[in-house]
Write a protein that binds this ligand. Structure first.
Ligand code: FAD
Length: 443
C-alpha cells in the first residue's frame, strides 16, 4: 500500500489517490472491495492510464491489476483463451502467438491492459469487425458487493452486455475469456491520395479491404491511406527501415516540428502540409499482433466520436469548412476508421455500422476551441463519444444517445448498489445534472 501522485498518459489528468493497491489474486481483489465497503470508501480500477479523460482517476482508492497478467487457460482447438484482466495487449499478443492464436483486430497501440481496452470500447478499424469488447465471451468479475461473478452471454445475457463496455463501474474484471483466430500475417500498405479522391473511394476501400483507415492532415490536400489484408507471404522484420520511419520520422521529427507549432502556432497549417508530404509510403508484412500497433512517443490530447458510417463524407466536408473558417492552429492529422455495429449497451457502435473520427492536438497547445467546434459537428450527425477520449457530454445528453442507458443503470444498481466503484467523473457521466462540472476543462 503506498500513496503516489497519478497522471494519465497525456498528463492532462492528475490525481492524488489516498491509497494505491496492487492485488495479485482474485481473493485480494475481493478483500479490497470489502475494505472499501466497510470503510465507506470509493475505488477506481486503472489499466495503463491511457484514457484521455479522468475515467480511471481516483482521489480515494486506486486499484491496479498490473500484478495480474498472463494466460490462465488456452483452448487452442476451440479458439479461446482466458487471461488475467491486467494483461497488457503487447504481452497478450506474444503469449497467444506461442499457441498459434491471435486477436482478430486491434487498435493503434498495444500498451493498454485488456480490461482497460474492453471497458471503454477500444477499437481498431475494419467494416467487418466490432470493437475489442466484441471479442469477449466470458468474464470473471468482483462486483461492487464483493461477490465473484462468472458471466457469459449464455449465463447472464443482460449483465454480460452491460459488462462488455462498463467503464469500471460494475465491478473489477479479474479474468476475461476471448474469442480468437488462428494466428495470421498481414500485409500493410501505406499510400497517399488527395482527400477528395479518398472520399470518393472510401466506401469501396472499406468494403474491399480487411482493414482500411485514412489520415487527413488539416489544411493539406494529400491524405494517407492505410490498407491491411491477410497474406501468406513470409513475415519480415525491417528493423532499420521501421526505426527510421516509425521512430525518426513519425516520432522524433514529428515531435520537433510539433514543438515548433507550440511556440509558433501560426506555423501549424504549413507544418500540417509538410507532414502530409512526408508520410512514409510502402508495404510490409508481419504477424498481425506486431503490425497493428505503432509507437506513440509524441504526446497529445484526443477526442474521438463514433458516427453512422453513411455520414462520414458529410462530416468530413463540414469539418473541412469549419477549419477553413475558424483557422484553428492544428497540425495533427484527423484519423478515420470503421467498425461493425454491435449489441453492447454502452458501445458507441451500438446498433449501427460505424465510422470513427478522431481529432488530436499536440500536448501543451490549446485544444478546447478546436474540439468544441468539431464536437458540435459530430453531435449534429448523431455522434457518440469514445469513452476513453475527451468530450463534453454529461448524463442527460448521454442518455439520449444510448437506447439501453436505463437498462445499464439498472444493472449498475444490482452489481454495485452502494456506488463503491465511482468518482466525481463517473458521477458526471451517469448521475449529475451537469451543473457542478460547468467549470471543468473539456474532458
Ligand atoms: C496513444 C494512444 C493511442 C490510442 N489508440 C486507440 C485506438 O487505436 N483505438 C481506441 O479505441 N482507443 C485508443 N486509445 C484509447 C485507449 O485505448 C482507451 O482509453 C483504453 O481504455 C485505455 O486502456 P487502459 O488499459 O490504459 O485503461 P485506463 O485508461 O487505465 O482505464 C480505462 C477504463 O477501464 C477501466 N478498467 C481498467 N481495468 C479494469 C478492470 N480490471 N476492471 C474493470 N474496469 C477496468 C477503468 O476503470 C476505466 O474506466 C488510445 C489512447 C492513447 C493514449
Amino acid at each position: 500500500m503506498k500513496q503516489v501522485q497519478w497522471s494519465n498518459w497525456s498528463g492532462t489528468v492528475r490525481a492524488n489517490p489516498r491509497t494505491v493497491l496492487h492485488p495479485t489474486s482474485t481473493q485480494e481483489v475481493v478483500k479490497i472491495v470489502q475494505m472499501c465497503r466497510q470503510e465507506g470508501r470509493r475505488l477506481r480500477v486503472v489499466g495503463s492510464g491511457h484514457s484521455f479523460t479522468p475515467i480511471a482517476a481516483s482521489e480515494d482508492c486506486l486499484v491496479s491489476l498490473d500484478g495480474m497478467q498472463g494466460l490462465v487457460h488456452v483452448d487452442a482447438e476451440g479458439l479461446t483463451a482466458t487471461v488475467w484482466a491486467g494483461t497488457k495487449l503487447k504481452l497478450l499478443g506474444e503469449l497467444l502467438f506461442r499457441y498459434g492464436l491471435a486477436q482478430e483486430n486491434l487498435g493503434d497501440i498495444d500498451v493498454q491492459s485488456i480490461a482497460g481496452a474492453i471497458s471503454t470500447g477500444t477499437h481498431g478499424t475494419g467494416r467487418t469487425f466490432g470493437n475489442i469488447s466484441t471479442q469477449v465471451v466470458g468474464f470473471t468479475v468482483v462486483t461492487g458487493t464483493g461477490e465473484v461473478l462468472e458471466c457469459s452471454r449464455e449465463s447472464h445475457p443482460d449483465w454480460f452486455r452491460a459488462l462488455q463496455v462498463s467503464l469500471g463501474t460494475l465491478g473489477i474484471i479479474v479474468q476475461v475469456t476471448l474469442r480468437l483466430e488462428p494466428s495470421y500475417r498481414i500485409e500493410y500498405e501505406s499510400r497517399r491520395v488527395t482527400l477528395n479522391e479518398c472520399l470518393k473511394q472510401q466506401a469501396r476501400l472499406a468494403e474491399e479491404n480487411r482493414h482500411f483507415e485514412f489520415y487527413w492532415f488539416p489544411y493539406a490536400e494529400p491524405c494517407q491511406i492505410k490498407l491491411m489484408n491477410k497474406t501468406h507471404q513470409e513475415a519480415k522484420e525491417h528493423r532499420i527501415k521501421d526505426y527510421f520511419n516509425e521512430v525518426l520520422v513519425e516520432n522524433t521529427l514529428f515531435g520537433l516540428i510539433s514543438e515548433l507549432c507550440r511556440k509558433l502556432p501560426k506555423a501549424s497549417p504549413y507544418v500540417s502540409r509538410f507532414s502530409a508530404s512526408q508520410v512514409p509510403l510502402g508495404r510490409k508484412v508481419n504477424h498481425s499482433h506486431r503490425l497493428f500497433a505503432t509507437q506513440r512517443l509524441v504526446r497529445f490530447n484526443e477526442m474521438e466520436y463514433n458516427l453512422p458510417v453513411e455520414a462520414l463524407n458529410a462530416v468530413i466536408e463540414d469539418m473541412r469548412e469549419e477549419l477553413s473558417r475558424s483557422k484553428f492552429h492544428v497540425h495533427f492529422p484527423v484519423e478515420c476508421r470503421y467498425a461493425k455495429g454491435d449489441d453492447i449497451w454502452l458501445s458507441p457502435a451500438y446498433g449501427r455500422d460505424s465510422a470513427y473520427i478522431a481529432v488530436h492536438m499536440y500536448k501543451g497547445m490549446p485544444y478546447e476551441d478546436y474540439f468544441q467546434a468539431m464536437e458540435r459537428i459530430f453531435l449534429r450527425y448523431g455522434g457518440r463519444p469514445h469513452w476513453g477520449k475527451m468530450h463534453s457530454l454529461e448524463a442527460a445528453q448521454l442518455k439520449e444517445l444510448y437506447p439501453m442507458w436505463d437498462a445499464f443503470l439498472a444493472v449498475r444498481e444490482e452489481l454495485d448498489p452502494d456506488g463503491i466503484l465511482g468518482s466525481d467523473y463517473t458521477g458526471r457521466l451517469f448521475d449529475s445534472s451537469g451543473a457542478v462540472f460547468n467549470n471543468l476543462l473539456f474532458l
